[in-house]
Design a protein around this ligand. Sequence first.
Ligand code: ADP
Ligand code: MG
Length: 240
Amino acid sequence: MLDVAGLRKSFGDIEVLKGIDLAVQAQELVFVIGPSGSGKSTFLRCCNLLEQPSEGSIRVDGVELLDSKTDINKMRQRIGMVFQSFNLYPHMNAAGNIMLALRKVLGKSKAEAREIAEASLARVGLAEKADAYPNELSGGQQQRVAIARAMALEPKIMLFDEPTSALDPELVGSVLTVMRELREAGMTMVVVSHEMRFARDAADRVVFMDDGLIVEQGDPAHIFGAPRHERTRTFLANFQ
Ligand code: ADP
Ligand code: MG
């Protein structure tokens, strides 16, 4: 579903991604961990062309994103992204936030967009909150609206960049539950997060990044139980 090869990204003289190769199968949940500044966000942002890679190849469902003939706007719809900061429009209610892209990007009618928005909110357990404004929702609920918004466009793959890092601890669980349900429904997901417990029991594969490179990857039991590399061990020691 996602096939990244030789991905490099520099900001000025500084190379932040130094040749990333990663293939994610359909319905796989790949968890990306690594120290702050190792390039995790830049990697996700490149996969959605929020950053223009310097070099390499990114194929989504067989389509090369870096091919000048590719319709990037169309591909972006197929790649859902959820950020640490939920990025909801404060002057629009939950349904309105979801309807916006459905109307603007997909050209849906108001009635149809509303119907999809309500169904999407129901999927994240917020059927009752369609008319609530972001400031009337908890952080966990706002993040679930952001997930519903991404899912409403029926993406092929969902990218999550530290989706629970801005949440109070007691609100993290509700967001992880929604992510677990997406995984069970067969969504392909790449998740950057420090929720190691979630990684242990929900991830198919854990990728450890450091300094712009994938140092090591494997199933959660291997990465958490018997990491091969010293850098992985040192990083994980902070979470014991
Ligand atoms: P992570 O998400 O793993 O913490 P990032 O991808 O955010 O890492 O950042 C990796 C490195 O790239 C950092 O050194 C950061 O300062 C640098 N960086 C990220 N975005 C930019 C940018 N737009 N301009 C310049 N440097 C950036
Ligand atoms: Mg980051």
